[in-house]
Ligand binder design. Sequence first.
Ligand SMILES: [Zn+2]
Length: 176
Amino acid sequence: MGPRSRPVLTPEKRRLVATAAARRVLEPPWREICAIFEAAGYDAPGRAKFTVTTDVREGCRHFAATTGDEVMFAPQMVDLPFDSCAGIMAHEAGHVVDLTAPCRYWWQGGELVEAHVVDPPSRLIGRWNARPHDDVERIADAIAMMVVGVKIGYVGSPGCVVQALGRGRRRPKDLR
Ligand SMILES: [Zn+2]
């Protein structure tokens, strides 16, 4: 057979192969994190749709995102050290717990505060939705640390830091 005139493994197909391979690597540890949350009484992460997609890769430090109903991980997560991979997953599970319980979690006086509100009025939901970005991120870490019992720190160079389970410094302010 002579050389083909065009590549069969197109960039699009290569992306699909890489994503499928990453899914096989990333789903088992995600399910382990979900099982830890479930054992602590939080079943929301395990119910969220698990997706591996390059869509969440916006910058050097963006490997994951969640809507509450769905968690999305970038295939590049497989290249991270395991403690960062696990730290990011625990952080996203923290977001899922927070986002699926409107008005329950707040950040007050530098710590996680849990409110027990039944039938929150729309005014309170509005306030909860308007929580500052930094608060929402610290809440996700605090829930994750409360559940997994291990500190989540931040590692990497300035401008490109990611979570790491059990090591690293405090979350930098205004980190997006
Ligand atoms: Zn986050």
